[in-house]
Design a protein around this ligand. Structure first.
Ligand code: UD1
Length: 429
């Protein structure tokens, strides 16, 4: 199993190109199941989760062809990929594939809409809470689906096709919003989704579906209206920049000090996180095609945050922000409201000398003047990158074990950091 070795203490200076968003790429790829035409996705990040989803889509009959690469970069970087689901050969998504990644459960929406049936294993994914699928099931039932759960599989049927309906989400869910959006594009009549997720990735999916011929209005607000169409066509769509990767590197710079241009991204994707970051004393300067993040000396100021659905502070940046707060000059409070078990990084940060106490959903972080390198364990995708951030500022050597979690969501992390002066290397095996 690969590990990442970090020798902390260097400021970050230079340019970091931001990749296409993993959390947009996954639903966009799944949307290819809705049409027998070709969906072409540009700026697709090269990540373990993307590869895993390619295997799952391949199992349903999607033909996948990599057609391009960014200039002057080798094929491991963002690519342009054709997805063609000419014929759906299998409407079952088996446990062996779905258990590796929760988002693969989302194939249930397009398969049901296009084929009138889908049998999908209950999902796996990061161990950050119970993460049930009740909202997906209830939502699809409001579109006329008959659903049973047996032997670990969700069996959904709509032999005469889905029928438009109204569904008010009792709780905001990104994944269930994606699924309802995709399913409703081919339902008969109008669907209204209330209390929908407003994340930029939902808007990106809606824009792609609209390019494919779907009739959708209101994406990015709490109420989305979809007028069903008989069929969708192919389209070409560029995956939006990864706001979580953007925020992660911004926090790394705030932690180590330095001056970095985050390229191919936009401050409008993560305003609440950047606001919190600027309150810690970092300078955030939106520039043409990117964001400059700078901190030259001065204390890291303590800032309290609470995670919330978009446009609130993203749960996917909570661990990284906590990493930053471990070095703040004072006490901060970090409250997690989205997932009930998303503090697994606390124990690992403590191994580096962080002082954090937990009470329910709130972590109290007492900043320390020095962190000291140690071996630590990556526990989930975002938690593991918080250990990298802490390691970059720690004295001496930090070794992050189980980095396959990082490979799920961060494209070429060690290269991007090394190019800015960090000492980070991957140890294979
Ligand atoms: C997506 C993101 C993930 C992010 C999360 C919240 C992807 C691939 N993943 O995950 O990185 O952390 O949004 O921003 O885009 N819930 C239910 N019942 C359901 C569905 C969800 O109770 O049927 C709960 C979850 O347990 C959680 C909350 O709703 O407490 C929000 O989860 P959700 O927005 O669905 O997260 P994901 O779509 O899985």
């Amino acid at each position: 199993m690969d590990r990442i070795r970090i020798v902390g203490g260097n400021p970050l200076n230079g340019v970091i190109p931001i990749s296409g968003a993993k959390n947009a790429a996954l639903p966009l790829m799944i949307a290819s199941l809705l049409t027998d035409d070709t969906l072409t996705l540009e700026n697709l990040p090269h990540l373990a989760d993307v590869e895993q989803l390619q295997r799952i889509l391949g199992n349903h009959g999607v033909d996948i062809a990599v057609v391009g690469r960014r200039e002057r970069q080798d094929s491991a970087y963002a690519r342009t990929v054709h997805f063609t689901a000419r014929t759906i050969v299998d409407t079952t998504a088996p446990y062996e594939l779905v258990s590796k990644m929760r988002a693969s459960f989302w194939v249930i929406g397009p398969l049901l809409a296009r084929m009138g049936e889908a049998k999908v294993s209950l999902p796996g994914g990061c161990a950050i809470g119970t993460r049930p699928v009740d909202l997906f099931i209830e939502g699809l039932q409001h579109l006329g689906a008959e659903i049973t759960i047996e032997n670990g599989y969700v069996d959904a049927r709509a032999p005469k096709g889905l029928i438009g309906g109204r569904y008010v989400f009792p709780k905001v869910s990104v994944g269930a919003t994606h699924v309802m959006l995709m399913a409703a594009t081919l339902a008969k009549g109008q669907t209204v989704i209330d209390n929908a997720a407003r994340e930029p990735e939902v808007v990106d999916l809606a824009n792609c579906l609209i390019a494919m011929g779907a009739k959708i209005s209101g994406a990015g607000t709490s109420t989305i209206t979809i007028d069903g169409v008989a069929s969708l066509s192919g389209a070409r769509h560029r995956v939006l920049p990864d706001r979580i990767e953007t925020g992660t590197y911004a926090m790394a710079v705030a932690m180590t000090g330095g001056d970095v241009l985050l390229e191919n991204t936009s401050d409008t994707l993560l305003e609440s996180a950047l606001l919190a970051l600027s309150r810690t004393g970092a300078e955030i300067i939106p520039e043409q095609g990117g964001i400059r993040v700078r901190r030259n000396g001065g204390d890291i100021l303590p800032v309290d945050i609470t995670t919330d659905p978009f446009p609130g502070f993203p749960t996917d940046l909570q661990a990284q922000f906590m990493g930053l707060m471990t070095r703040a000059n004072g006490i901060s409070h970090i409250t997690e409201t989205i997932f009930e078990n998303r503090f697994m990084h606390v124990q690992e940060l403590a191994r580096l000398g962080a002082k954090i106490s937990l009470s329910g959903q709130t972590a109290t972080v007492t900043g320390v003047p020095v962190l000291r390198g140690a071996p630590v364990m990556a526990t989930d995708l975002r938690a593991s990158v918080s250990l990298v951030i802490a390691g970059l500022a720690a004295e001496g050597e930090t070794v992050v074990n189980r980095v396959y979690h990082l490979d799920r969501g961060f494209e070429r992390l060690e290269e991007k950091l090394t190019n800015c002066g960090a000492v980070v290397e991957r140890i294979s095996g």
